[in-house]
Ligand binder design. Structure first.
Ligand code: ACO
Length: 312
C-alpha cells in the first residue's frame, strides 16, 4: 500500500473574453468602485456560447499533463469537480476522458459547488493511498456564467468562467499531510440554483458571515491538528470568492498578506475552478519552492467546506 500522495503538476485555462466592471455598469445598476471595494474583483472571464465546461477542462488538463511529464495513459482516474456540467449525463469527467482519449481509467464528477476541487483532491488521495491507482487527474471546471441572471446585480458581478487541473501521484513521502471535508445541508437555501429558475440566488451577507466563521475555524484546526505553526505555513491558496473573506480568514490565523495567493481580482469567483486556477497562476510564475508548506481551503453552496495541507 502506498503511503502518501503528492501533487506533481498543475495546469489552467481561461476563456479569452474579459468582462470588466466598467462593462457591467452598462448592464446593471452597479459601479466599478462598489464591486472593487466590496469584493476585490476588477474583471472576470466569460466563455463564449460554443465553449462548454468540458472544453475549458480539456485545455487545463492538457496543460497539467504536459507539465507533469507523465504519459496520459498512466492516469488511472479522472476526478472532476463542477456544478456546470455540459450534460446531465454522461458526466463531464467521462466527456473529458473521451476528449483526452484516455482509455484505461475510470472517471466521475463531484458536485460540492465551490468546494468541489478540495473534495476531488480528498477522493483522489484516498484512491491513490489505497493502491488502486498510481496517477490521478483532478480537475475543477466551470462555465458558471451560464447560471447568472444578468439583471441581478447581487450575483452577476461576482462570478467568472475557467478551469484548473492537477496531476497527483503515489509517493514515498508527503505530499498531502491532511485532508478535511465537511458539509451542512441546513444552509441549502442561502446559496442555490433552483431547478425551476436555473440561475444563482444568494443571501450574500449570510454567506459572507458563515464563510468567514467556518473557514477561519477550519484553517486554525488544520494547522493545529498537524502541529504546524502559522509561521511554518508558506502559502495559503484559498477559494477566490471575495478578497474581504480571504483577508478576514488570514487575520484569524495571523497570516501576512504576502503569503496569500489572490487572483479573485482577475478571475472573479470561478467556483470549483478557483483554487487550481489560483494555484497554477502562482506555480507558473515559480512562486512555490519544493518543500513549501501550502494550505488550500474552500467554502461553497450546501454549505460545503474543506482544506488540504501539503508539502510541495
Ligand atoms: N452594485 C451596487 N450595489 C449592490 C450590488 C452591486 N453589484 N450588489 C448589491 N448591492 C447593494 C445591495 O442591494 C444592498 O443595497 P441596500 O442596502 O439598498 O439593500 C447593498 O449593496 C449592501 O448589500 P450587502 O449584501 O449588505 O453588501 P455586502 O457588503 O455584504 O457585499 C457581497 C455583498 C459582495 C455579495 C458579499 O455579501 C459577499 O461577498 N458575500 C459572499 C458571496 C460569496 O462569496 N458567494 C460565494 C461563496 S460560496 C461559493 O463560492 C459558491
Amino acid at each position: 500500500m502506498t503511503k502518501f500522495t503528492k501533487i506533481i503538476s498543475s495546469g489552467s485555462y481561461l476563456p479569452k473574453k474579459v468582462l470588466t466592471n466598467k462593462e457591467l455598469e452598462s448592464r446593471v445598476d452597479t459601479s466599478d468602485e462598489w464591486i472593487t471595494e466590496r469584493t476585490g474583483i476588477k474583471e472576470r472571464r466569460v466563455a463564449d456560447d460554443s465553449e462548454t465546461s468540458v472544453d475549458l477542462a480539456y485545455n487545463a488538463a492538457i496543460d497539467a499533463i504536459k507539465k507533469s511529464g507523465i504519459n496520459k495513459n498512466d492516469i488511472g482516474a479522472i476526478f472532476l469537480a463542477t456544478c456546470t456540467p455540459e450534460r446531465k449525463f454522461p458526466s463531464t469527467a467521462v466527456l473529458l476522458q473521451n476528449k483526452l482519449d484516455i482509455k484505461d481509467a475510470f472517471s466521475f464528477d463531484i458536485n460540492a459547488a465551490c468546494t468541489g476541487f478540495v473534495y476531488a483532491l480528498d477522493i483522489a488521495k484516498k484512491y491513490i493511498e489505497s493502491g488502486q491507482i498510481k496517477y490521478a487527474l483532478v480537475v475543477g471546471t466551470e462555465k458558471i456564467t451560464s447560471l447568472l441572471d444578468w439583471t441581478d446585480r447581487n450575483t452577476c458581478v461576482l462570478f467568472g468562467d475557467g478551469s484548473g487541473a492537477m496531476i497527483l501521484a503515489a509517493s514515498e513521502k508527503p505530499g498531502i499531510i491532511s485532508s478535511t471535508i465537511g458539509s451542512d445541508g441546513s444552509y441549502k437555501d442561502l446559496l442555490t440554483v433552483n431547478t425551476d429558475l436555473e440561475y444563482i440566488e444568494m443571501k450574500g451577507s449570510d454567506v459572507f458571515k458563515t464563510a468567514v466563521n467556518t473557514l477561519g475555524k477550519l484553517a486554525k484546526h488544520t494547522l493545529e491538528d498537524n502541529n504546524v505553526g502559522n509561521d511554518e505555513l508558506d502559502w495559503l491558496v484559498p477559494h477566490q470568492a471575495n478578497e474581504r473573506i480571504i483577508l478576514a480568514i488570514a487575520k484569524k490565523i495571523n497570516l501576512p498578506r504576502e503569503k496569500i495567493i489572490i487572483t479573485v481580482n482577475k478571475h472573479g469567483n470561478t467556483s470549483a475552478a478557483s483554487i487550481p486556477l489560483a494555484f497554477d497562476e502562482a506555480n507558473s510564475k515559480g512562486i512555490f519552492k519544493q518543500g513549501d508548506m501550502i494550505m488550500l481551503e474552500a467554502f461553497g453552496a450546501g454549505f460545503t467546506w474543506g482544506s488540504i495541507l501539503f508539502r510541495y
